[in-house]
Design a protein around this ligand. Sequence first.
Ligand code: T1G
Length: 695
Amino acid sequence: MSADYQVHGSVAVITLNNPPVNGMGLATRTAAVDGIERALADEAVKAIVITGAGKAFSGGADIKEFNTPQALAEPNLHTLIATAEGSTKPVVAAIHTVCMGGGLELALGCHYRVAMPGAQIALPEVKLGLLPGAGGTQRLPRVLGLEMALNMIVSGTPVASEKLAKAGLFDELFGADADLLTSAVAFAEKIAAIRPLPKVRDRRVDYPNHEAFLQFSRNTVKAMSGPYPAPLECVETVAASVTMKFEDGLKFERERFIHLIQTTESKALRHAFFAERIAGKVPDVPADTPVRAIKSAAVIGAGTMGGGIAMNFVNAGIPVVMLETTQEALDKGLATIRKNYDNTMKKGKLTQEKFDQRMALLSGTLSYDEIGQADIVVEAVFEDMGVKETVFRQLDRVMKPGAILASNTSTLDLNRIAAFTARPQDVIGTHFFSPANVMKLLEIVRGAQTGKDVLATTLALSKKLKKTGVVSGVCDGFIGNRMIEQYSRQAGFLLEEGCLPEQVDKAVEKFGFAMGPFRMGDLAGNDIGWYIRKRRYIESPDISYSKTADLLCEMGRYGQKSGAGWYDYKAGDRKAYPNEQVNAMIVQHSADLGVGRRKVGDQEIVERLVYSMVNEAALILEEGIAMRASDIDMVYLTGYGFPLFRGGPMFYADTVGLPNVLSAIEKYARGLHGEAWKAAPLLLRLAREGQTFNG
Ligand code: T1G
């Protein structure tokens, strides 16, 4: 778990070895420094090669170590790089597959760099709310020039090594069939006696009139970086590579890096990075659980959801047959998909060849008997248990043994749906979010009898469909919709107490949500919530709701699809215009309830919408519906437009401090509709113990 040392002829080879991506944690840094010192002490060694084992040269500093003592413990990354650069024998970085972040910074500190084609080269720190903190902002411009280096650092986007062949980063780019170790050792022997040793730090960055370029860069980056401080810090530190001496630039970079690593935005981005990766891990389903082959799919229902779902499979190269009840509905569904791809092609994001390939993977039928051989079938029909029953009884009849039977239900009891079949172990929930071909989130609902291999297969499939798969247990609304239910309840109560839709939406959008609850309702369709509430009024009469949203639907104002909802919409214009009748209805409803309207501040609006979700999430965690708080964060970051720079509702609550969240909840429990504010036991316990949701 560190670095291996071997001598090949007169060349010492140090192989970074910290799976999975040779993150440069303390043990790896220590072993690499020891290796260089051992090579320097060995008179038989004339040159040194540093490379990486497995699937990377190095993915950079070990992010898991950040904000812990190990991250800065000696030898830190600066010391390792200085040891390589200060070596009296030439050090060659032999790069393959992935060379990123601190890995590239180490390579830049070496005297020479050789690489295989196809390696991903990047300084992606900005994506973690950071900047290259081990000399990258000072050395990369000295190799690639100011503009190319600035673009790579501010975007964090990987560049394939062969695209940098002529940019001066590599002293040699080997052929695709070369053996990297053999070629790197041969290169090292070739340059072993050359002096002086070339050091990137000795080069200069020449860019005439650089101030004008840097000012233009500042203005451009400031305009696009939103709430994130890192992009602009990247510009300022890269600027130092031109305006300061190397050592001063290095010092300045270090200062700004240490500032950024403490920011909430960076901690949120790092939290999301790991949350996305751990979401696919299920403690009782081993990583080597055998998965079923998914080479073909069927989708029941060619409506908005069914069409979007089908596109996911087609985009992943999996043939799909769509089933509808009428030729007209089927033709409409297929035509919509064709139009979507056509629009993408018109935007230049899809070639004609790809368009044809995808359309060739798509077919339709009216007969259940024609879908039986599909490896997975996803039902995307009307959200009504009776309709689901009819469909699943048919699927149980026609689908081949071993086919996975998936439901796209967004709230209904998956165990009841599974019970309509003789094979509940093959039934699972795959809750896509609209538009299904765009939204990354896929809630994977694990039924009481869902087989472990079915769950493992569906998790693997979510990756193939480029979705973020999050496992949920069975409850009304699963994770996302169960929480958004509380968010919507509070939004309704706020209308009764003194707010209008525009004020609530603006407050929540200022907090960072992509869209407030009322604009969202108009987009998704207010009648969907209306239908679910009517079911809930019967099933759970004890739960109070504001009737405002029902009154809106009784006015026939279902949202954008009916041309009017909480707001008015004009043809071809997605802007939401407040409507006087709706606002009058809201004010009148308060009077009918005998509720005196009052001025409500933005903070109360945000607290009531976000903390009501956090409190419900604490119950979801406690009931084991979600496996971990970070999964809940992933649901909201990838499916509900929660602001990424706040890390998700649970991370945000941790940032605010659970005792503060609890005291706000206790305050609202004393107010109107206090019945909606019963603090979850888990929240009470964690707040009392000074703990956090994300540990
Ligand atoms: N540190 C620790 N673990 C890492 C890691 C890293 N840098 N990169 C990846 N992992 C883990 C990841 O959590 C997962 O773990 C496994 O590796 C596979 O990852 C001073 C401060 C390298 C392109 O930002 O972009 O250097 O789930 O599923 O799709 O200037 O990982 O298996 O337990 O993503 O093949 C800068 C981040 C760090 C690169 C591989 N470097 N990583 O993609 O696999 S900061 C980065 C990636 C830094 C210096 C600064 C990708 C990848 P597990 P994966 P992949």
